[in-house]
Ligand binder design. Structure first.
Ligand code: SF4
Ligand SMILES: [Zn+2]
Length: 114
């Protein structure tokens, strides 16, 4: 799997990348029984795709949650896969990575309030 260098991104986008990576790892470990930091080929492909989308996001640092995005730049198939990951990993994030989970939830709520 090819990893994208994070260094060209700043602030919020780095945190979003970290969050999606953690969520895909939880999903892969739970559903595909992978160990350690490795991912199965399918989840590796999804992570690369999500990172590539984030790096090209037209909203940049001002982006809101992808689930509320008016553009939604994901292909229908990839969108379906990422929704599956969110459903599985969302509740588990609160136990394993509470800081990331709360930040993720708050960013969605802040956007909804506007
Ligand atoms: S779905 Fe929308 S917010 Fe998410 S990366 Fe694509 S364009 Fe940006
Ligand atoms: Zn997997």
């Amino acid at each position: 799997m090819e990893f994208i260098d994070w260094s060209f991104m700043a602030g919020k986008l780095i945190k979003e990348e970290k969050t999606i990576e953690v969520m895909i790892r939880l999903f892969c470990r739970g559903k595909h029984e992978t160990k350690g930091t490795g991912l199965c080929p399918g989840c590796g492909e999804l992570l690369d795709y999500a990172k590539a989308r984030l790096s090209k996001c037209p909203f940049g640092e001002k982006k809101g949650p992808c689930s509320k995005c008016p553009i939604h730049c994901y292909s229908p198939a990839m969108r379906k896969r990422v929704v599956e990951v969110m459903k599985y990993s969302g509740p588990r994030m609160l136990l394993r990575h509470p800081v990331l989970a709360i930040r993720h939830l708050r960013s969605g709520k802040n956007k909804e309030a506007k």
